[in-house]
Ligand binder design. Structure first.
Ligand code: C5P
Length: 238
């Protein structure tokens, strides 16, 4: 497999073509950003840990019947993925009040929610990824009406599986963001990444933050937090 030209560069990853039809080369960067890019840093080893954690979680999800764009890990900071057309909706699932939800509707951070919440955000950096509803999605033609129940159902199923994985290693899955894409055969696949960049993960006993809030809120070493998640998941660094 050969790496081709750069197709897209985002805040945390670069995407390249390959010489194989329908397969792309994804490279995780060490950059950390928060507040829509207003806060920036380069953290040695972050890209590697996110790649290792995402690869491990996508493999575990696959064993539970959840298909994703993930094909294989290539190196510590690279993976091969299937080419999909990303649906420009960030699907956020919440089990416990935190972050923007706690702020928006006046809940105390850490308060368990009576029921799991699924939210849609418009994936648009210029607009700051605003919260949207199903009518907004319809007028912007971001997804077909029949796709939304599929996204919701998949997101809830993934939540159940991930909550179980994390419970087993003494970590509470507070909330997380997913992205989905349309494959050539018409199926909807889980895409992007699942890592401490995209999840809130708290130590079940101490409530220590093991996710990007460490960077957002200056709570200590981000790399140590991500390494803790990887090690607890059973990962071994090469
Ligand atoms: O900031 P907020 O509370 O809305 O974030 C909810 C969850 O979605 C958090 O786990 C956060 O890390 C994740 N998220 C993300 N990318 C974004 C926005 C939120 O991964 N652009």
């Amino acid at each position: 497999m050969e790496k081709g030209q750069l197709l897209y560069e985002g805040k945390a990853k670069r995407l390249y073509s390959t010489n194989e039809e329908g397969i792309l080369w994804l490279e995780y960067k060490d950059s950390a950003t928060a507040f829509n890019g207003e806060k920036k840093a380069s953290i040695d080893g972050k890209g590697q840990l996110n790649n290792l954690i995402t690869s491990l979680l996508f493999d575990k999800l696959k064993e539970q019947g959840i298909d994703s764009h993930f094909v294989q890990k290539l190196s510590d900071h690279e993976q091969l993925v299937r080419h999909v057309e990303i649906i420009p909706i960030e699907v956020v699932v919440r089990n416990v009040a935190a972050g923007s939800l706690a702020k928006r509707i006046g809940l105390e951070e850490g308060q368990p929610l009576k029921q799991t919440i699924v939210e849609w955000y418009y994936k648009d950096d210029d607009l700051g990824d605003p919260l949207i509803n199903e009518d907004h999605i319809a007028i912007l033609s971001l997804a077909q009406p029949k796709e939304l129940p599929i996204l919701r159902e998949k997101a809830l199923e993934i939540n159940q599986i991930l909550t179980g994985f994390f419970n087993n290693i003494g970590v509470d899955l507070i909330d997380f963001k997913l992205e989905f894409g349309r494959a050539k055969d018409g199926s909807i696949l889980l895409a992007d990444e699942i890592s401490p960049d995209t999840c809130r993960l708290w130590d079940s006993k101490t409530k220590q933050r093991l996710d990007k809030d460490v960077f957002r809120r200056d709570l200590g070493s981000l790399k140590d937090a991500y390494q803790t998640v990887f090690t607890r998941l059973g990962g071994v660094s090469s």
